[in-house]
Design a binder for this molecule. Structure first.
Ligand SMILES: [Zn+2]
Length: 247
């Protein structure tokens, strides 16, 4: 799979694998704390989705993605990934170090996501974790403010969350991260064996939701049509590789 990864990373800018300002364990712990606070809030507000059928579908897709990730990146060979559905989470999905993915149950229902689309979303989110994107946000804060102002990963994260202006300043980098997650996520998805064509329908659904501003300069994602092209291209490139495994 190493060759596959090299191909994938050659397809994207690869701007996100920069050195980090805080030790990885410290930065990961800060983000894990944030994920835990979202889960605690969901428990308190009773917004953890309890639909057994939907939860079983998400668990199955997450399990397949976890196996694919372990095959691609040995750092995650022993990892336990968990995807949790939260009603009104506020964004489609978010990934955290500690291999936690939070998904908006409302988003899943509104788009009537099939299993292949769910697996593609989870692959994209897992890719953010593999690429260390959350950690890069904290390094960005250290760069912006200096380590004296944000001496620890936790202070950098709290500062990042405190002001929208930081997210705005990080936005150009975030867009590169999103492209990288789409490309690397496509490689992960391909290793799951789910259906690529059915999964790509996700972008047609997202396109129908797009307002005119989306995909514009202020949005961290490219337009759905461009994302579909990126992901399709990775599928095609990887399917051409002679050493590709099974499905
Ligand atoms: Zn993303």
């Amino acid at each position: 799979m190493k060759a596959c990864l090299a191909v994938v990373l050659s397809l994207v800018s690869g701007a996100c694998l920069a050195q980090t300002a805080y030790p990885e364990t410290e930065a990961a712990a800060a983000w894990r704390g944030l994920a835990a606070s979202y889960v605690r809030k969901a428990l308190r507000d009773q917004t953890l989705d309890r639909d057994p059928v939907l939860n079983a579908r998400v668990d199955a897709a997450m399990a397949a993605v976890a196996v694919a990730v372990a095959a691609i990146d040995p750092r995650f060979a022993q990892s336990t990934w968990k995807a949790l559905l939260i009603e009104d989470f506020g964004r489609g999905a978010a990934a955290f170090p500690g291999e936690i993915i939070l998904i908006d149950a409302k988003f899943v229902r509104a788009l009537q996501l099939n299993d292949d689309e769910l697996a593609l979303i989870l692959s994209h989110e897992a890719a953010h974790v593999l690429a260390g994107h959350a950690l890069a946000k904290l390094s960005f804060m250290a760069e912006q403010l200096g380590k004296e102002k944000v001496p620890t990963a936790r202070t950098a994260l709290l500062e990042f969350l405190a002001r929208d202006s930081y997210a705005a300043a990080f936005q150009p980098k975030e867009r590169l991260q999103e492209r990288e997650a789409d490309a690397l996520g496509a490689a992960i998805f391909l290793a799951t064996g789910y259906d690529t064509q059915r999964a790509l329908a996700l972008f047609d659904k997202l396109a129908r939701l797009e307002t005119r501003e989306e995909g514009g300069a202020a949005d961290s994602h490219d337009a759905a049509s461009a994302r579909k092209r990126t992901v399709s291209r990775v599928f095609e490139e990887l399917q051409k590789l002679p050493a590709r495994r099974g499905k």
